[in-house]
Design a protein around this ligand. Structure first.
Ligand code: 5RP
Length: 225
């Protein structure tokens, strides 16, 4: 299966896990975009689905396609959130934030009763950190000081776009932390959360209920114990 077809097939499969009517978390990224297209088709067909977007991009897409949305403030009674990931470990822990949206994604993930992650098999690893660095969203104020603290945990790289620092939807910076292969991602998530200036890390520990994986052998469903 080519990567584009893999994304389409997991996005379609995720639609099957939605309630007939209810509130749906709308993830961010190229796979989530295909899922949002599918939600819009269901809404046009008469399904009463309301979305909670995890980024300005997902909000704009959903608005353009006519998906009714709840406001940014929350709280939201989310039945199912569907989102992509950059890396998925054997324990179904995740690294997210390749698109820099992980803070909002984590807030929406936490509000959802069920979290469905849609990936192709290139995202699978045994332990987190084998394939991807840990994105860390950092407040602008004191960001170089915060980056120094992060540097004690591993080499950090400021995320750039066209040579300039890339800014999140909330105006913050992203540092990608090469923390190595993680035996205990929960410990690193906690440690990062304690650093002043860190808004949120892209580590999602025990936050996936179902992972849909598309690959050469077709579609697989992995479920958290
Ligand atoms: C954005 C994310 C995305 O879900 C992640 O980067 C996967 O994106 P894609 O489906 O394009 O591979 O975490 O912050």
């Amino acid at each position: 299966m080519d990567p584009a077809e893999a994304k389409r097939s997991v996005a379609r499969a995720a639609l099957e896990l939605l309630p007939e009517h209810g509130v749906v978390g709308l993830g961010t990224g190229s796979t989530a975009t295909l899922f949002i297209d599918g939600v819009a088709e269901l809404v046009r067909a008469g399904r009463k689905l309301v979305g909670v977007p995890t980024s300005d991009a997902s909000r704009k897409q959903a608005e353009r396609l006519g998906i009714p949305l709840l406001g940014d403030e929350g709280p939201w009674p989310i039945d199912v959130c569907v989102d992509g990931a950059d890396e998925v470990s054997e324990r179904l822990d995740l690294i997210k934030g390749g698109g820099g949206a992980h803070t909002r994604e984590k807030i929406v993930n936490r509000a959802a009763k069920t979290n469905v992650i849609v990936v192709d098999e290139s995202k699978l690893s045994r332990r987190l950190g084998e394939r991807w660095k840990v994105p860390v969203e950092v407040l602008a104020f004191g960001r170089l000081a915060t980056a120094e603290r992060l540097g004690e945990l591993g080499p950090v790289t400021l995320r750039l776009k066209d040579g300039a620092p890339w800014r999140t939807d909330s105006g913050n910076y992203i540092y990608d932390l090469a923390a190595g292969v993680l035996d205990d991602p929960g410990a690193l998530e906690t440690r990062l959360g304690l650093l002043p200036g860190v808004v949120e890390s892209g580590l999602f520990v025990r936050r996936a209920n179902v992972v849909l994986v598309a690959g050469a052998g077709g579609l697989r469903t992995l479920r958290a114990p």
